[in-house]
Design a protein around this ligand. Structure first.
Ligand SMILES: Cc1cc2nc3c(=O)[nH]c(=O)nc-3n(C[C@H](O)[C@H](O)[C@H](O)COP(=O)(O)OP(=O)(O)OC[C@H]3O[C@@H](n4cnc5c(N)ncnc54)[C@H](O)[C@@H]3O)c2cc1C
Length: 453
């Protein structure tokens, strides 16, 4: 580089913000900072944008491996999609689903009298997928951000203890634990986190609108956001170190690329953030918080149903099971007689498959599937195996909160440290998921403005 080119680069770097991660939080941060007049560089380790929004474009029906549901309360997502002229549509009406409990297929109607139903008499009518919502009906949280208020700290305790105290048997607790989406096991889940989700869900439902998805796949949203940036995200460059010295911040990638800036926004899960060498070191309480935050385990197998094979009265398109496969979701492919099927394994049930090779895991999962759903044999084709657990760019699906975690360190996860700022769904206050990622960007942009203006 010539001396004058170097001077120009240094001058540009003085007002440049580097965003690590091209998921929704990083992209919204970049869009907002660009709008305000900052020069922004987004660096992304994968060869695509979107992070945990990931549409399987190579499969018929373009099923979602990552985020699938856009709630009616997702104001920021809907607004950005609208402003970028992306079509948002209502999700197709799902097929009716049933239950497979201890290997037995049970319909919604026959559940109350089923011999497999372990719930006490006043809860017999409640199906296994609705029981947690029912137990949390008397929600002490008034608003969607109340889970962070110190006044609610006494609720930051194990969900299993709270449910046991309400009179549920061990058998009932075990059943509920089969498909808990907000912890890898109920004993490691804070009931405060469940109240938070429940309040958020109720708020969405109170809007009396359907859930949405982006036409042709949710990944179109981060793609369109990325293309609205003046400097496109730098893809395939995994950041390995961030260093601040001589008034500049240097971001280095695995391939040896170095980007100079004035500030860095880390817009990535803490599991990935911890792999980056950061100088000067983060305060020890914050570094510990990053270490302690856990992520939900999810494995998926995506199948294509070549025909709608659930024809006899005892068969269903999808199932909630208490077996190792968790849940089986089936989504119609509009204007066809085909459907996308996702076997969705959660929490600690994933462990047995994660320890196997990919081929072994696929074969074992499919053999359990055909045993439970024999009518699918010969009617489905394999699409994709998705392991959200060992993927180095996230190591899990979303942040989960164990008993005491929220009070102990939730506020440390987003505390700015010098010229380092933190975004991502795990730092959101009022919203979760995609909308939480967008909300976190709004906060981090204000922090950057305060520090750099
Ligand atoms: C299976 C699944 C289902 C989901 N379903 C829903 C749903 O229905 N509704 C909903 O609202 N939410 C859902 N979510 C959650 C939602 O997808 C996430 O909350 C949101 O997309 C997170 O955005 P983010 O920007 O915080 O993080 P991410 O999307 O993880 O973005 C972080 C980015 O950083 C990159 N990165 C990581 N390490 C490095 C590095 N060292 N250098 C450079 N780049 C790096 C990653 O590749 C990634 O692109 C789901 C998630 C999963 C996994």
């Amino acid at each position: 580089m010539t001396a004058s080119a170097l001077n120009l680069e240094v001058a540009a770097a003085a007002r440049r913000v580097i965003v690590i991660g091209a998921g929704l939080s990083g992209l919204r941060t970049a869009m907002l900072l660009q709008k305000i007049g900052f020069e922004v560089r987004v660096v992304e380790g994968r060869n695509r944008v979107g992070g945990r929004v990931f549409t399987l474009d190579h499969l018929s029906g373009h099923p979602e491996a990552g985020s699938n549901v856009i709630g009616p309360n997702y104001g920021r997502i809907l607004d950005v999609a609208n402003s970028l002229k992306l079509a948002i549509e209502e999700s197709p009406r799902p097929f009716a689903s049933g239950y497979i409990i201890n290997g037995e297929k049970i319909s919604r109607e026959s559940w109350p009298a089923s011999l497999q139903n372990p719930f006490p008499s006043d809860l017999k009518k409640i199906t296994p997928d609705r029981i947690v919502a029912t137990l949390l009906k008397k929600n002490p949280l008034q608003g969607t951000s109340d889970w962070r208020k110190p006044v609610n700290k006494d609720l930051d305790v194990s969900a299993i203890d709270v449910f046991r105290a309400s009179g549920l048997s061990n058998e009932a607790l075990k059943l509920i634990d089969s498909n808990n989406s907000y912890g890898n096991s109920l004993s490691e889940t804070s009931v405060l986190a469940l109240y938070r989700v429940s309040r958020s869900y109720e708020r969405a439902m109170s809007m009396k609108k359907k859930v949405f998805e982006v036409e042709n796949g949710n990944m179109r949203l981060p793609e369109r956001m990325a293309s609205s940036l003046l400097d496109p995200p730098i893809l395939g460059e995994q950041v390995i170190s961030v260093n601040r010295s001589d008034g500049f911040t240097r971001v280095k990638t695995y391939s040896g690329k170095e980007i100079l800036g004035d500030a860095v926004v880390f817009a990535l899960p803490t599991s990935a953030l911890q792999k980056i060498h950061i100088e000067p070191q983060l305060p020890s309480d914050q570094a510990q918080a990053f270490e302690q935050l856990s992520y939900h385990k999810i494995l998926q197998i995506h199948l294509l149903a070549q025909e709608l094979f659930w024809k006899s009265p005892q068969d269903y398109a999808g199932y909630w099971t208490n077996g190792p496969l968790g849940r089986i979701f089936t989504r119609p492919i509009p204007d066809s007689e085909k459907a996308n099927i996702t076997i969705w394994i959660n929490g600690d049930s994933c462990d047995q498959f994660v320890s196997q090779s990919r081929e072994q895991a696929i074969s074992n999962i499919l053999s359990i599937y055909y045993k439970q759903v024999p009518e699918a044999r010969g009617k489905v084709t394999f699409g994709e195996y998705i392991d959200w657990i060992t993927n180095p760019f996230n190591e899990g699906a979303w942040a989960i909160w164990g008993p005491g975690d929220i009070g102990r360190y939730a506020d440390l996860l987003y505390r700015p440290s010098g010229r380092y700022f933190f975004a991502g769904e795990h730092t959101a206050y009022s919203n979760a998921g995609m909308e939480g990622a967008m909300e976190s960007a709004d906060r981090v942009v204000i922090e950057v403005l305060r520090a750099l203006s």
